[in-house]
Design a protein around this ligand. Structure first.
Ligand SMILES: [Zn+2]
Ligand SMILES: [Zn+2]
Length: 338
């Protein structure tokens, strides 16, 4: 069930007590994300988050208390963790699909002064942050992990033309990632000029305003009439899921990355899969391996996420931050500092 929201309040709650194997962290920075915005605006899948609760899931901070039985981490260590930990023993985990774990635990509560990392999460999805990496950069580990998972499954190859629908934070992280994977030409599509102007700074080869231009025609024109090798939908609307299918070349791949609400259906012409041999796939979340890779790419600045922070605000202004995000055309990510 979806919970009626927009009722976001600052409340005083107890600092969580730390049990064996658990770690208490003082949150230093937490970033806003499309998922948090969805929770704020319309609620979310109850399986993943039960409201009312503290929310926010992209964060980093400093260890203040370490539960019994742990040799690592140490008090004072700079870390990031979560937002998930697979059980490692269900059938999905045994097949290596850790992101689809039947018993996944999730960690919410980054928009707070303290966050407690559950015992299961400490060994599988918590990392120390190198000194030169800021807390807000480290907070990008979670969204980047999801994007790396998507790019890996879509198998972007050297020289590929990649079209990305959506110039929000997730679309932009895809853009940064596929450029590093060796995409030969990148095209980014959005309805909002301000977002496309922002995207321009990250060096796409082409931008298309879907409100003014015929996207299908334009992509064909930019690809010698064939369509893109890989198309990535990074919005999460049925209309753009369907549009993605029209932009791909024969034998190409469509990655439907943006999550639509459960029960959403789209139309798909079977000719595309049969005669066109198009691969259509979705990816959900990420595995612990992707989280590690993401932090390592952020730390080496192979993927420089710093330009994506467009504003910094204090924890006490969290409601204002989400109101700004709901209406703004220019904000990508707001870093919340506590
Ligand atoms: Zn996120
Ligand atoms: Zn599992």
């Amino acid at each position: 069930m979806l919970y009626g929201v927009k009722d976001l309040r600052i409340e005083n709650i107890e600092v969580p007590e730390v049990g064996a194997g658990e770690v208490l962290v003082r949150v230093k920075a937490a970033t806003t994300c499309g998922t948090d915005l969805k929770i704020f605006q319309r609620g979310y899948v109850e399986k993943v988050i039960k409201l009312p609760t503290v929310f926010g899931h992209e964060w980093a901070g400093e260890v203040v208390e370490v539960g019994g039985g742990l040799e690592w981490p140490k008090k004072g260590m700079r870390v990031r963790a979560g937002n998930s930990a697979p059980c490692l023993h269900c059938i999905m985990c045994q097949k290596g699909k850790y992101n689809l774990c039947e018993n996944m635990i999730w960690l919410w509560g980054a928009y707070a002064e303290y966050i407690k990392v559950p015992a299961r999460m400490v060994p599988v999805n918590m990392q120390e942050i190198p000194q030169h990496v800021s807390y807000e950069e480290a907070a990008f580990t979670e969204p980047l992990a999801c994007v790396l998972h998507g790019v890996e499954e879509a198998r972007v190859k050297l020289g590929d033309t990649v079209a990305i629908i959506g110039a929000g934070p997730i679309g932009l992280l895809h853009l940064l990632s596929v450029k590093k994977t060796g995409a030969g030409k990148t095209i980014i599509i959005d309805l909002v000029d301000e977002r496309l102007n922002f995207a321009e700074k990250l060096g796409p080869d082409e931008t298309i305003n879907a409100g003014r231009e015929n996207v299908v025609e334009k992509v064909r024109q930019l690809t010698g009439g064939y369509g893109a090798d890989v198309v990535i939908e990074a919005i999460g609307l049925p209309a753009t899921w369907e549009q993605a299918l029209k932009l791909v070349r024969k034998g190409g791949t469509v990655l439907e990355f943006g999550g639509c609400p459960p029960g959403t259906e789209i139309k798909l012409d079977t000719e595309l899969l049969h005669y066109g041999e198009v691969t259509v796939l979705g990816t959900f979340h990420a595995t612990p391996l992707h989280f590690r890779e993401a932090l390592s790419l952020i730390s080496s600045r192979t993927l420089d996420v710093r330009p994506l922070v467009t504003r910094r605000m204090r924890l006490e202004d969290i409601k204002e931050a989400f109101e700004i995000l709901s209406t703004s055309k220019t904000e990508i990510k707001i870093a919340i500092n506590s």
